[in-house]
Design a protein around this ligand. Structure first.
Ligand code: ADP
Ligand code: MG
Length: 232
């Protein structure tokens, strides 16, 4: 049972090692629906591993992960991949757009994978281009986009299916500070507009300042506000 049912994501005592290397050693985090949480912390502290556990990409060795009250860590892989496709959006440091597809096709991809018709998916994808200042770039391939443009396309792709949760791992990490700030502003504005919960890993205090709350991962544990909240 959850202590509070308004937490959409909960990780309890999550531990995960890669061979001999412990990446997480009992991490706890609870995120409320609609909340934007920034995960900070030194390189190698376990931020990405935690994000991947929350998102059902990695399975912890021990501990529990819940999304919307359901155990993610014990789900079968097929069920988990459906959950990721239908309820989660992802943005990584390097956009990871499919190079063979146009920007519009990249954005439409989650809708197509979810069974939408191509024409309808492209219309819905197209609506994001104006919203994110990408007008006219629908037909470009990733090699013909600047880093900031590619990240905005990646953001559109992450949000097009209106996911419950957006997971972002250093989404501005490869951008200059001005471009990064623009991408971050768009990410926060879009998420707030859609009521999307956001879990964002970043080492940039300026990015974290856009969040509702910051937590810090150190040596595979979450420190600061979160643990106080869980204990209260
Ligand atoms: N796929 C992997 N194989 C082996 N070790 C890994 C792997 N991913 C992460 N690690 C190790 O786990 C620890 C935490 O990594 P990570 O979660 O990527 O940290 P962060 O995102 O905070 O930089 C580090 O010691 C890292 O080297
Ligand atoms: Mg990382």
């Amino acid at each position: 049972m959850s202590e509070r049912d308004d937490f959409i994501i909960e990780a309890r005592d999550v531990a995960l090692s890669f061979g001999e290397t412990p990446a997480l050693r009992g991490a706890n985090l609870a995120v409320a629906a609609g909340e934007i949480v920034a995960i900070m912390g030194p390189s190698g502290s376990g931020k990405s591993t935690l994000l991947h556990c929350l998102a059902g990409i990695l399975t912890p060795d021990s501990g529990e992960v819940r999304f919307d009250g359901r155990r993610v860590d014990t789900m079968r892989e097929t069920e988990r991949s459906t959950l990721r496709r239908d309820r989660f959006g992802f943005v990584f440091q390097f956009g990871q757009l499919v190079p063979e597809l146009t920007a519009a096709e990249n954005v439409a991809l989650p809708l197509l994978l979810g069974g939408a018709r191509r024409a309808e998916a492209l219309v819905r994808a197209g609506q994001w281009f104006g919203r994110l200042g990408l007008d006219g770039l629908q037909g470009r391939r990733s090699g013909e986009l600047s880093g900031g443009q590619a990240q905005r396309v990646a953001l559109a792709r992450a949000l097009v299916a209106e996911p419950g949760v957006l997971f972002a791992d250093e989404p501005t990490g490869s951008l200059d500070s001005l471009t990064g700030e623009q991408v971050m502003d768009l990410l926060v504005a879009s998420a707030r507009e859609q009521g999307t919960t956001v879990v964002i890993v970043t080492h940039e205090p300026r990015v974290a300042a856009c969040a509702d709350r910051e937590v810090v991962v150190r040596d595979g544990k979450v420190t600061s506000l979160t643990t106080e909240r869980l204990a209260s």
